[in-house]
Every structure is written in structure tokens, then in C-alpha cells.
Design a protein around this ligand. Structure first.
Ligand code: ADP
Ligand code: MG
Ligand code: ZN
Length: 559
């Protein structure tokens, strides 16, 4: 029990008890162990260094890549009567000088700085002379090239800091870290395994949803109609998409704000303020928006298109529900999203190895969009979160989960087709071969000569594509990374082919009452069809199907 620190929690911050992981992290730091805390967004990472910073003698240096957050953090500390300041490029040279002077006089308990500050000798010269309580790396994943937001300047700080002899302890904090990132941070900052606190990533108030095969603009319109009172963010993949959606909604009289890097600084500031102060409840933005924005009552985050990887998805979606209230994270998927992300990777100036890594991460989020398992546990497992369980009971896959259908035979056909095609082709070509398509390319490669050509011709190419993606998502089939990932068998595929493993798919969910209009249309269509058959067969319609049966049938058709 940390008696003194608990007192600080209560008297300074006004909280009764520590949140999971906080006390342990603080304890390690107070014992001068370099420590890494991995906690979800909103988990309370700031207190993990603020309380030791108050408890220990000297000034705490906090390195943060988020300039916009520094001022908020410092303001919050001021309001608690704690001397704190920040230095970054938003200040004039004179202001920076003044603050450096006060830092040199040890006037502050907390100093927030951007990574670039360590390239300045005048700063280094000041901090090497004063008593330091700790150095904290907020958003520590930026240190690692395996992280989704690698900043080389962040990494080089460490070597600069190691030249100083007055730093008693390092603290690293992040919400997003895979095994690779964690061990990278550990190595760089000399953090022992026993000093890594990982509370897991699960945000129990967030419900994840995948929405496929819908017209995105009309989905958004009806969603906004139903959620008028609530605040939310809609992320688009490009500025162009943001502009288009903004125009569409504005034209229809929906009040929305817009934020992307193509707008002027004033426009961005105004949009952000209108959103934060609840003057505009909907923010349409690219991923330029959100870093360092701490709005607690965001009730939903919709991704208008699939983002580039799960790391950024979880971070962006995680901006919902920071107040702990139930919130929704919805990803609108369409196959074109994949093409767009590939294009963006291809266009980027990354080296080949880095591109391969991006393709690998892209494949993971494509799998997320195609899994039939629990979405929450998919994400947690991606982050190697051992606390993951099978069924969150909240995500769209858990909620809409219906009966399982055995598709082992079809899976075997797909897998043998991949094999017959020499494991040299991707999803699209494989679907075409299974379908028995007359595409020129099929003939060119003589794929119409192999025994699996047209073996699943009863299905549409779209269905076959969906199944192949499903097999990949369930790791029953592997992909070779790259711009045009080719399909390969893995050891799971072999099990399926040998008949040692059953493949089950969840049947299309029974649509909810939201789709009432659709059922009505389908019902009418079915009724017309019944009349036509009745006329041809010269029987009264009720001999064929009752209205009740038709209504029931219309519920089971995939939308
Ligand atoms: P993170 O950096 O992990 O995303 P923050 O440090 O910004 O999270 O904290 C999120 C919110 O939780 C803040 O409003 C903070 O004051 C609050 N908080 C932190 N610790 C506690 C606690 N022990 N009890 C109650 N609220 C807390
Ligand atoms: Mg934080
Ligand atoms: Zn679930």
C-alpha cells in the first residue's frame, strides 16, 4: 500500500482509489526501476508519472509528441496548484528563454517538452544541472519503428539522455503496443520484464461493429438521424472523401464540422473548437484529427473506410467513450478500401522492407473485416493481449451471431484449387477459377485446364471472394505479403484438406428491425413471384406459400 501516494491521489486529484495498474506502476517508479505501463486510452496513464513526480524531489521531464495536449496537461496541473510548464515550437523565442530560466531555477515540478527539444544544447545544458525526479515518455510507442507512429527524433533522445548523469528513472507509457513494440521499448530504456505493467487493452464500454455491403452515404444519413443528440467522429481515408461527405451532409442540412490537413490552421482550430464545445456534434475528419484531443463524451466513431492497420484503427476508434459510457465503433467496409490502402502504401516513400511491414499490417485489418469471430477478441489477440476471451457479447459478430454452417467441403475445394493453381495467385483469380470464369487472364494462364476450374460455379464470384477472405481471416489459408498477395496453404489448410478439421461459418444474421423497409420490399417481390408461379401452375397462391412464410423467408435473405 502506498499511503503517501494514495493521499496525493485524494487530496490533489480528488480520486478515491487507484485504477488498475496505477499503484503498481507508481510503486516501481518510486523504487527507481525503469518502468513501462501499457494501459488503454483513458486508463489514467498521466497519474502514473504525476504522482511519483509530486512525491519525489526534483523536476519531472515529460516527453510528449502531442503539442496540443501539453498545454491542456499543464493547465490541468495549474488548476490543482502544481507548478508546471511546457516548451515547444508554439512559443516565441523570448517565452522559451523565460521558461528555460525558470526551469534552471527548479521552479517547476513538471516540464512537458516535444522530442525535438533534445536537439537543443541550451535545453540539455539546463536540465543536466538541475535535480530531476524522473523522465517520462508519453506515447512511448513512437520510439519504436514497429509502432504505428514511429518518430525518429523520439528514438534519438534516448542516446542524448544517456549522456546525462542526473536522471534517476525512466517511465514509458503507451496504449498501443504489440510484443515487438514492448520489447523494443524495454531494450531502449533498459526496462526489466518484471517492470512492465500491462493491464490489457480491453475497453469494456466500446462495442465494435463491421458493416459491409451497404451504401455508405445513406448508412451515415440514417445513423445520424438516429443519433442526433450524440457527439461522434466520422473518419475518412482521404481528404477528398472528407470533403465529399461533408458537402453531401451539409447540403442535406446536417450540421457537421470538418478537419483535415488541407485546411488552414484557423479553419482547423475553429472546427475543433466547435466540436469540443458541442456546438457541432459530428466531426468529419481524416486521421489528422484526434491526436491530443481529449473529448470525453464521444459516443461513436465511424470509419467511413477501412483504415491502414489495426493499430491506428484501435487508437482512432478508442477516442469514443473516454468517459467510460457505452459507445460504438463502427467500420464501414468495402472492397475498394483495400485497393485504396494498397495504393497509399505503394505511393509512400518508404523503403521496401517498411512497405512489406505495412502490407502485413494491412492484411491483419482486412482479416478483422472478414472474421466471423468476436471482434473485440480479434483486436486484443492482435496486440498479444493475454486477457482476451472468446466472446465479448457486444460486438456485431457476437450480437448477430446465429447458427453455424459446416462449410468444410467447400473449404477443401477452395484450398485444393489454391494448390492446383500452384500457390501463385491472389484472391481474385482464385475466385474466378472456382467460379469457372471466362476471363481472358484465366485462359492466358491456362487455368481453365485445371481440375478445380468451375468446381464452385453454383456460387457468385462475390460469395467465393468472401469465403476466401474468411479462410484467410481464420488463418486456414495464408497470404504472401505484398502489393498482390498470393495465396498459400499453411499447416491449418493441410488439416482441413486431410479432413482433420471442420470449418464452420456463421450464417448470415437475421436482419434487425432497422431493415424493415427492405423486408417489406422483399416480401412484395416474393408475393409477386408467388403469383406468377401460381398463374403458371394454375393453382391458388396459398397452395404454394402462405404470406406468413413469405414474410419469414424475407427475414432470412441476406441484405
Ligand atoms: P490516458 O493517458 O491513459 O489515456 P489520462 O491520464 O488522460 O488517460 O486519464 C483519463 C481520465 O481518467 C482523466 O480524466 C483522469 O483524470 C481520470 N483518472 C485517472 N486516474 C483516475 C483514478 N484513479 N480515478 C478516477 N479517475 C481517474
Ligand atoms: Mg495520455
Ligand atoms: Zn464480440
Amino acid at each position: 500500500m502506498l499511503v503517501k501516494e494514495e493521499k496525493i491521489l485524494q487530496t490533489y486529484f480528488g480520486y478515491e482509489t487507484f485504477r488498475p495498474g496505477q499503484e503498481e506502476t507508481i510503486d516501481h517508479i518510486l523504487q527507481m526501476n525503469n518502468t513501462l505501463a501499457v494501459m488503454p486510452t483513458g486508463g489514467g496513464k498521466s497519474l502514473c508519472y504525476q504522482i511519483p513526480g509530486l512525491s519525489l524531489k526534483g523536476t519531472a521531464i515529460i516527453i510528449s509528441p502531442l503539442i496540443s495536449l501539453m498545454k491542456d496537461q499543464v493547465d490541468a496541473l495549474h488548476s490543482l496548484g502544481i507548478p508546471a510548464t511546457y516548451i515547444n515550437s508554439s512559443l516565441s523565442a523570448g517565452e522559451q528563454q523565460d521558461r528555460l530560466h525558470d526551469i534552471a531555477a527548479s521552479r517547476y515540478k513538471f516540464v512537458y517538452v516535444a522530442p525535438e527539444r533534445f536537439e537543443s544544447m541550451s535545453f540539455i545544458n539546463v536540465i543536466k544541472r538541475i535535480p530531476i525526479s524522473l523522465v517520462a515518455f508519453d506515447e512511448a510507442h513512437c520510439i519504436s519503428q514497429w509502432g504505428h507512429d514511429f518518430r525518429p527524433s523520439y528514438r534519438s533522445i534516448v542516446s542524448n539522455l544517456k549522456k546525462l548523469s542526473n536522471i534517476p528513472v525512466y517511465v514509458a507509457l503507451t496504449a498501443t503496443a504489440t510484443d515487438e513494440v514492448i520489447s523494443d521499448i524495454q531494450e531502449l530504456l533498459h526496462i526489466a520484464n518484471g517492470h512492465v505493467i500491462n493491464t490489457g487493452f480491453e475497453r469494456e464500454n466500446l462495442s465494435f461493429h463491421i458493416v459491409k455491403g451497404k451504401d455508405k452515404p445513406s448508412y451515415i444519413r440514417s445513423f445520424l438521424e438516429e443519433h442526433q443528440e450524440e457527439s461522434g467522429i466520422i473518419y475518412t481515408a482521404t481528404r477528398k472523401q472528407a470533403d465529399a461527405l461533408y458537402d453531401q451532409l451539409s447540403k442535406r442540412g446536417v450540421t457537421v464540422a470538418k478537419y483535415h490537413a488541407g485546411l488552414s490552421e484557423i479553419e482547423r482550430k475553429e472546427a475543433q473548437a466547435a466540436f469540443i464545445h458541442d456546438e457541432k456534434s459530428v466531426m468529419i475528419a481524416t486521421n489528422a484529427f484526434g491526436m491530443g484531443i481529449d473529448k470525453s463524451n464521444v459516443r461513436y466513431v465511424i470509419h467511413y473506410a477501412m483504415p491502414m492497420n489495426i493499430e491506428s484503427y484501435y487508437q482512432e476508434a478508442g477516442r469514443a467513450g473516454r468517459d467510460g459510457e457505452p459507445s460504438d465503433c463502427i467500420l464501414l467496409f468495402s472492397p475498394q478500401d483495400v485497393q485504396l490502402q494498397k495504393f497509399l502504401i505503394e505511393q509512400s516513400l518508404m523503403e521496401d522492407a517498411a512497405k512489406q511491414n505495412e502490407y502485413r499490417k494491412l492484411q491483419a485489418i482486412i482479416n478483422y473485416c472478414h472474421t466471423h469471430g468476436c471482434l473485440t477478441s480479434f483486436i486484443l489477440q492482435y496486440f498479444d493481449d493475454i486477457t482476451a476471451h472468446d466472446n465479448c457479447g457486444r460486438c456485431s459478430n457476437c450480437v448477430e451471431r446465429q447458427e453455424k454452417t459446416d462449410i468444410t467441403e467447400e473449404a477443401q475445394m477452395i484450398l485444393s484449387c489454391v494448390k492446383r493453381m500452384g500457390e501463385r495467385f491472389g484472391v481474385g483469380m482464385t475466385a474466378k477459377v472456382l467460379k469457372g470464369s471466362r476471363d481472358r487472364k484465366i485462359k492466358d494462364f491456362r487455368l481453365d485446364k485445371i481440375s478445380t476450374y468451375g468446381i464452385l460455379s453454383a456460387y457468385t464470384e462475390k460469395e467465393l471472394t468472401e469465403w476466401i477472405h474468411f479462410l484467410i481471416a481464420e488463418q486456414l489459408l495464408a497470404t504472401e505479403e505484398g502489393k498482390f498477395p498470393t495465396l498459400r496453404l499453411n499447416h491449418n489448410s493441410v488439416d482441413v484438406l486431410k479432413g482433420n478439421r471442420v470449418v464452420e461459418m456463421y450464417t448470415a444474421p437475421i436482419p434487425t428491425s432497422d431493415d424493415a423497409d427492405y423486408h417489406e420490399d422483399l416480401f412484395t417481390a416474393l408475393r409477386a413471384l408467388r403469383k406468377q408461379i401460381a398463374d403458371e401452375k394454375n393453382v391458388p397462391p396459398y397452395v404454394l406459400f402462405s404470406d406468413a412464410t413469405l414474410k419469414e423467408l424475407s427475414r432470412y435473405f441476406p441484405v
